[in-house]
Design a binder for this molecule. Structure first.
Ligand code: PHE
Length: 340
């Protein structure tokens, strides 16, 4: 019996000594202390011994169990420590590595210009109005004094959805909607938004583009108010040193009407942008036509006003020297990133 015990002891100590992982140690634990483990069996075997042998052998087995347990536990502590160290080493973080910078986005150039223009007009006491992109024929044409046979109504210009609804071809319908809403109060609004025309895409045309409408209606508004407001606006956006020119024009919903030009950076010495004219056309404008006031219930004998409308893409292209309108819609990051 003594012989057997010392064999188990030697084997156990050697195995524990040679164990190199907690998995090794685990199987050793089962081998000796598990349900069918060597020590467990020895303990059970004690019952079969004679009353004289039992205490002697029992003591020896107990001592062996204790020794192996302690040896095992010591080794277990050592291995747990080593394994923890190895894990920390493996997961080491180099805190001095330069970080990965997230890619920063920026506003789309059109949004940026719309915001900039909006702020100029907010500064002059305007507020911002909106209207639907799917518009009724009445607001897009009829109430704007555009008669049924007017060329602007032709199917090849407009994108109709039904007989009476279309994608708005300009932001001018917001004039009527705002007057209906504010009557009989004075009006001083701008209305930025998308407009749609049945144009083929090329460097300067797109079937969808953006406009900013403006409308002022009150008692005693004159054409010189229009000139003052638009001159101030153009100088704020293009530079105080630029010249502004008002050219007679025609729109069905304004009378008289004027197109407004800003002097070209080439100062007339000749360039492609202004086609050697020295002037760049920026917007359409005019005094609100009496019929338009009447459609919105404002009495033209009491009220007067002025309106204007500009193409956002065109202004952005002139500001930044962009030669193709399609850049705005392709979302190529190399283009967009230049407007940080
Ligand atoms: N709605 C006109 C256009 O599309 C622009 C405009 C607006 C002209 C207001 C005069 C007054 O082109």
């Amino acid at each position: 019996m003594q012989e057997k015990l010392s064999q188990i002891r030697a084997k156990g100590i050697k195995e524990i000594d040679e164990a190199s992982s907690s998995a090794d140690l685990n199987s050793i634990r089962l081998e000796y202390f598990g349900k069918k483990g060597l020590i467990t069996q020895l303990m059970r075997g004690l019952g079969t011994l004679s009353p004289e042998e039992r205490p002697v052998v029992g003591k020896l087995v107990n001592e062996l169990r204790k020794e192996l347990e302690e040896t095992w536990e010591k080794k277990n502590q050592a291995i747990l420590h080593l394994e923890a160290e190895a894990k920390l080493e493996k997961e080491r973080i180099d805190v001095e590595l330069p970080g990965r910078k997230p890619r920063r986005g920026n506003q789309h150039p059109l949004s940026a210009i719309i915001q900039e223009i909006t702020e100029v007009f907010l500064g002059m006491g305007f507020s911002v109005a909106e209207g639907p992109e799917i518009e009724e024929d009445y607001y897009n044409f009829e109430a704007l004094n555009i008669p049924p046979e007017h060329p602007a109504r032709e199917m090849h210009d407009s994108l109709y959805i039904t007989d009476k609804t279309l994608l708005r071809t300009h932001t001018s319908p917001v004039q009527i909607r705002t007057m209906e809403e504010l009557y009989p109060n004075p009006v001083r609004i701008i209305a930025p938004g998308r407009v749609y025309r049945r144009d083929a895409q090329d460097a300067t045309h797109s079937p969808m583009f953006h406009q900013i409408e403006g409308l002022v209606v009150d008692v005693g508004i004159t054409f010189s108010d229009l000139k003052g407001v638009l001159t101030e606006f153009i100088k704020k956006i293009f530079g105080q040193d630029r010249k502004v020119r008002f050219r007679p024009s025609f729109f069905p919903f304004t009378e008289p009407s004027a197109e407004v030009d800003v002097s070209c950076l080439c100062q007339g010495s000749g360039c492609r942008v202004c086609k050697n004219t020295g002037w760049l056309e920026i917007l359409g404008s005019g005094s609100v036509h009496p019929n338009v006031l009447r459609y919105a219930k404002y009495d033209p004998e009491v009220y007067s006003g002025f309106a204007f409308g500009m193409g956002v893409e065109r202004i952005t292209m002139l500001r930044y020297g962009i030669s193709d309108i399609r850049h705005f819609y392709e979302n190529d990051a190399r283009f967009l990133e230049q407007f940080r």
